[in-house]
Ligand binder design. Structure first.
Ligand code: SF4
Length: 240
């Protein structure tokens, strides 16, 4: 079962004033800096994976659809009962949309999500023989699955690196670390795919999502305990 990484222990007890850092001047410096960022993420989060609980590709697809605008913790509270009541894809396909919406109500946007999940079940059954597809092209035809959802399923379950998951944490931290100048997830993903070696695409997202939950949080990032502080020149870095 996927697990949440524990917060890094070696820095949390020692808060130091964050540093002012100069930008890299050329391609060689940028490359060296990126290498140090990746090394530090590996040191912090060597074995992280998706925090959504699931036992197969279908459960991961449903959980990811439910996780839009919702926390993984909340989704993990809802899905055990859901997968018990609807153990197969066919059970979801035959579900009443109203009833399913009631059951996932606490995840927000429940009517749309119920419609997507039932639509996804029907699509997987009728077009893909009951097996969640393994290509980006096919997954994008499944109701409720945009690139982020498809990347989660492909990367986490099938271990296929087709792209980089860009959620709110990856978006914010890629901008703070100057790995992208873009604001749209699709463009940020393209930037990250150019920048990162393909064998880092899957793990990078998992690591950054954990980093974003624990240290580089949206409001008041914990720069004083951040191991990436010596590499970070973000405008909203907390220097006080
Ligand atoms: S917490 Fe975020 S903003 Fe602060 S130093 Fe670390 S990476 Fe930069």
């Amino acid at each position: 079962m996927p697990t949440e990484a524990a917060p890094p222990k070696d820095r949390t007890s020692k808060v130091t004033p964050p540093k002012q850092v100069r930008k890299p001047k050329n391609a060689a410096e940028r490359k060296a800096r990126l290498g140090r960022i990746l090394t530090e993420l590996d040191r912090l989060y060597p074995n992280v994976t998706c925090a959504l609980h699931h036992k197969n590709a279908w459960q991961l697809l449903v959980s990811t659809i439910l996780s839009a605008q919702c926390t993984d913790e909340r989704v993990n509270m809802v899905t055990p009962g859901l997968f018990k009541k609807y153990p197969t894809i066919k059970d979801f396909a035959n579900a009443s949309q109203e009833e399913l919406a009631r059951e996932i109500r606490s995840t927000g946007f429940f009517n749309n999500k119920a419609r997507s999940v039932i639509g996804a079940a029907n699509r997987v059954l009728t077009e893909f023989g009951g097996k969640v597809p393994q290509t980006m092209e096919e997954l994008l035809t499944v109701p409720g699955a945009a690139r982020k959802t498809a990347n989660v399923v492909l990367g986490t379950w099938y271990k296929i690196a087709t792209g980089v998951v860009v959620d709110t944490h990856v978006q914010r931290i890629s901008q703070r670390l100057d790995l992208t100048k873009n604001g749209e997830p699709v463009k940020i993903e393209q930037d990250l795919m150019k920048l990162l070696p393909q064998d880092r695409w899957i793990q990078f997202s998992h690591q950054v999502i954990h980093f974003g939950r624990q240290i580089c949080v949206a409001r008041a990032p914990k720069c004083g305990i951040c191991p990436l502080d010596p590499l970070c020149y973000a405008k909203d870095k907390a220097l006080a």
